[in-house]
Design a protein around this ligand. Sequence first.
Ligand code: CA
Length: 234
Amino acid sequence: MAQLLLVEDDARVRSALIRALTERGHVVTSASSGMSGLSQAVEDRPDLVVLDLGLPDLDGCEVLRMLRAVSAVPVIVATARDDEREIVQALDAGADDYVVKPFSGAHLDARIRAVLRRGRETEGAGDAARRAPPVVVGGLLIRPAAREATLDGVPLGLTPKEFDLLHHLAVRVGQVVTRRELLTQVWRMPYGGADKTVDVHLSWLRRKLGESAQRPRYLQTVHGVGVKLVDPGP
Ligand code: CA
């Protein structure tokens, strides 16, 4: 059983899917436009989002990119067209899987369970990280067990993804880490060249560290390659 958000503008398809998924034990909320889907995905924190690509207000891939800037929730896109280019675009934008319409409730449910199963395996990796020892870099102290990070003794108040990002960089202090590595290792997402997820989170993390891309201290961008965390010294 999972809490699902269904973003679908066709009222008939929407109610049929809600019925089919509810019968299979899921709790389903729904939205009929891209914008309302986005805000519900952020507010309701569903376990998984089923996203129709043909929406009246925004293109589904656009919705996905906006969602990926703020959330790593698993997403299955539903496309009416068996268009390989569109499917590749959706996967590059951060979709975890796709289904081509028309599909049955049983088919969608099987895809949902497979994606959630993969997600749980990823959480297993997170558990190992939580047992990892504390990391100190200059004034930064990162404690994976408590999922806490402080700078010069002051808590940074990081979101879970910001914490994972900082930890990933801190255990590789002085090494350049590519965006591709961050996206696949920290977000467990396929790499799309135009993806802004990593950049957006890096800029949020920078702000919390009290620095900027123009005046970096801990987070040094290596242009065209990636980013590294360094001890800025006194
Ligand atoms: Ca549609």
